[in-house]
Design a protein around this ligand. Structure first.
Ligand code: FES
Length: 163
């Protein structure tokens, strides 16, 4: 067997956890974790070692992309659905998964943009100005509005509150 893990044509159809880890760039412990969490499946060979289909590489890529986008594991697992079985992931299936994330991703992007805009004055500032700073909360007067950092929460961001 070739050691060239970057050329997928040299990969066997069934991968050990080490080969899957090297090819995906994901730690073996993380692969086991995803498997325990129901995002990935393996079979056992004759001597009881875990073996993964090559489709597992795509599943791991989707998990990694989802996690980088801040999508919770439970949502990733839900989106993967039957793809977790390890069967090859077809175009239709991938389209279904990516479409399912669209609204969530758009909401996350909107939230990040709003938080960025709210914090933009604070970055490298540190003034905690009474007039300008959303972090300013003398005597915890914001507690009257309920739990959380009210000055930074998205539901408090409206067209009238921008600035
Ligand atoms: S720290 Fe200066 S505006 Fe927030």
């Amino acid at each position: 067997m070739s050691n060239d893990i970057n050329n997928h044509k040299t990969l066997p159809p069934i991968l050990s956890v080490g080969a899957l880890s090297r090819r995906s760039g994901i730690a073996i412990s993380a692969i086991h974790f995803y498997e325990r969490e129901g995002l990935l499946r393996s079979t056992r060979n004759a001597v009881g070692h875990r073996r993964y289909s090559r489709a597992s590489l795509r599943i791991l890529a989707i998990i990694k992309a989802g996690q980088r986008a801040g999508i919770p594991l439970a949502s990733i697992r839900h989106a993967l659905g039957p793809a977790v079985s390890g069967d090859a992931l077809g175009q239709d299936e991938w389209q279904r998964i990516s479409e399912g994330w669209r609204a969530d991703l758009e909401e996350r992007i909107r939230t990040l943009e709003l938080v960025r805009d709210r914090l933009s004055g604070c970055i490298r500032c540190g003034c905690l100005s009474h007039e300008a700073c959303r972090m300013f909360n003398p005597g915890d007067t914001a507690a009257a509005d309920g739990p959380g950092a009210k000055g930074l929460e998205v539901q408090h961001f409206g067209p009238d509150s921008a600035g």
